[in-house]
Design a protein around this ligand. Structure first.
Ligand SMILES: [Zn+2]
Length: 297
């Protein structure tokens, strides 16, 4: 059996998947970042112990988390659980759990889950995209995650879309994430005179009700989505694009958004399906478990 752990800034969730991919157990605990790195390690070890006690066997373990393991130092970087950064999370857990372990970025886990038994099931090359508070992605080729030489494969959220665009936390300007994430859509609406108390989901609804300012923001959003996505399609040409994250609930992405991708892609007969995820919030934790194939351990 396989355990997947979704290690987030506020909660740590674990599942046990059976050999057929069915979910046998699930448990969620608080991360309690304030107690520090060692305490989080102990929480993870206890959670795994509890799950294994319930299923009665030792499982393989995969962990999905924001950020990445540095290909240079082997330590965590870019994690929003900031006490993880600079720490050898993988090596420390290997020692505590006395077995091999796999760790991947949470967007990569989303992509893997959707490619293996979600919306992208059966497709050779899947680009899984998260559009929510941030923008991330992952590439799965023939059922295997393509993490890349520097572990940044699929990180299209920090491609520069507009040279003079909004400042991004990464130090650049006009990254895809600053324009088509939830906060990015809201900030664009606010810059163009929209009500500052409205967030992305409000803007989507009032655009549907005929609000002109919101509709103009949606048009810019859909056009930017197309331009950003076409950069990836022109290089990777995936068989399927699967969307996740809060903004994947915007129906217009699958119609008008897709038309915009087609408009910017170097192909006058664009055929790539863009589908909504199947596993929803479970994609991350399922994908973490699936870092190990079902015939391993
Ligand atoms: Zn950026």
């Amino acid at each position: 059996m396989r355990i997947g752990i979704d290690l987030g800034g506020t909660k740590i969730e674990g599942v046990v998947l059976g050999h057929d991919g069915s979910e046998l157990q699930r448990k969620r605990v608080e991360t309690r970042q304030s107690e520090g790195y060692r305490a989080i390690l102990n929480t993870i070890v206890r959670l795994i112990g509890d799950l294994e006690a319930k299923v009665g066997e030792q499982c393989s373990i995969g962990i999905g988390t924001p950020g990445a393991i540095s290909a240079v130092t082997g330590t965590m970087k870019n994690s929003n659980t900031t006490c993880m950064n600079g720490r050898p999370l993988l090596d420390d857990l290997k020692v505590l759990l006395d077995r091999p372990l796999r760790i991947a970025n949470d967007a990569n886990c989303f992509a893997l889950s959707e490619a293996l038994d979600g919306a992208g099931n059966g497709c050779a090359v899947v680009f899984g995209v998260i559009i929510g508070t941030g923008v991330g992605g992952g590439v799965v080729i023939n059922g295997k995650l393509h993490q890349g030489h520097q572990h940044i494969g699929g990180e299209w959220g920090h491609n520069i879309l507009e040279q003079d665009g909004p400042a991004c936390y990464c130090g650049r300007k006009g990254c895809v994430e600053t324009l088509i994430s939830g906060p990015g859509l809201a900030a664009d609406f606010h810059r163009h005179g929209g009500d500052r108390s409205l967030i992305a989901s409000d803007i989507v609804s009032i655009a549907e009700q005929g609000n002109d300012l919101a509709e103009a923001a949606m048009q810019r959003f859909l056009e930017r989505f197309g331009r950003a996505m076409a950069m990836v399609v022109n290089i990777l040409d995936p068989d399927m694009i699967v969307l996740g994250g809060g903004l994947s609930n915007i129906d217009r992405l699958y119609t008008e958004g897709r038309e915009q991708v087609a408009r910017y892609t170097f192909n006058d007969e664009f055929i790539t399906p863009i589908l909504k995820n199947v596993h929803g919030d479970s994609s991350g934790v399922r994908g973490a478990a699936q870092l190990w194939c079902c015939n391993e351990t």
